[in-house]
Design a protein around this ligand. Structure first.
Ligand SMILES: Nc1ncnc2c1ncn2[C@@H]1O[C@H](COP(=O)(O)OP(=O)(O)O)[C@@H](O)[C@H]1O
Ligand SMILES: [Mg+2]
Length: 234
């Protein structure tokens, strides 16, 4: 049995005295997509930030591609092939669209993603490459954030609420693009409060509640009722 691409084991996370994650475990195979669903404050961003190295943890609580990486800083984690699309996008406001994308590619990890490929994926970004990222619509800014993450040629893409605040038709487009990205073999963890899109793209589902996994299963096997119960804790 080959080792999974990602194994989170007994992960705790604290902010000062406050404990945000309690012994959290999850597994993701090569090229798989996991949806992480949960209410505001459940610990979804903390989990992604821990995997991405923005929050340090015990080395062996996060294992990726055969290595314990829980104690590694974010730049090392990016170099290993994990890229985060952060909550709220966090674009560099003083930089153009193209410059924001190039920031994501500065480690020059080998792989298929180049500026040209990002502009094929999101043609509107090619048209607006010289514009300030702040002059774009919310949906276009989300495309820049996704493109910036892809520029590091990740084996695992972490998406933190990429649909937040966007119109349903834009969300549908972004998820259609995400489907193309994962069809190319990139694994992903998709964090959402809105379960519809995330469930449709996922192989596995994890519902978080107050820092713990309240429900996990194969996407085809957990029902909406199961998820609602785990989500609302009823
Ligand atoms: N920087 C921080 N300092 C203190 N508490 C935090 C911080 N970030 C998150 N928290 C707390 O940790 C818990 C989980 O937060 P978060 O991971 O952001 O949840 P989610 O992404 O599911 O909304 C919440 O109770 C939140 O208030
Ligand atoms: Mg969050």
């Amino acid at each position: 049995m080959p080792e999974p691409l990602l194994r989170v084991a007994a992960l705790d996370a604290h902010y000062g005295d406050f404990q945000a994650l309690f012994g959290l475990s999850m597994t993701l195979g090569q090229g798989e997509v996991a949806a992480v669903i949960g209410a505001n404050g459940a610990g979804k961003s903390t989990l992604l930030n821990a995997i991405a190295g923005l929050i340090r943890s015990r080395a062996d609580s996060i294992r990726f591609d055969g290595q314990d990486i829980g104690d590694e800083p974010a730049n090392r984690v990016v170099a290993r092939g994990i890229a985060l699309v952060p909550e709220g996008r966090r674009l560099f406001p003083s930089l153009s669209v193209e410059e924001n994308l190039l920031v994501g590619g500065q480690l020059h990890r080998p792989g298929p993603w180049t500026l040209g490929r990002i502009f094929e994926l999101f043609p509107v970004l090619g048209e607006r490459r010289r514009q300030a990222s702040t002059s774009l619509s919310g949906g276009q800014q989300q495309m820049v954030a996704i493109g910036r993450a892809l520029m590091s040629n990740p084996a695992l893409l972490l998406c933190d609420e990429i649909s937040l605040g966007l119109a349903p038709i834009i969300v549908r487009d972004i998820y259609a693009t995400l489907r193309r990205i994962v069809a190319g073999g990139t694994a992903a963890i998709v964090v959402e409060q809105d379960i519809g899109q995330a469930l449709a793209i996922a192989d596995r589902v994890y519902c978080l509640q107050e820092g713990r996994v309240a429900l996990e299963g194969l996407a085809g096997q957990v029902t909406r009722a199961d998820i609602s119960a785990a989500y609302f804790g009823v």
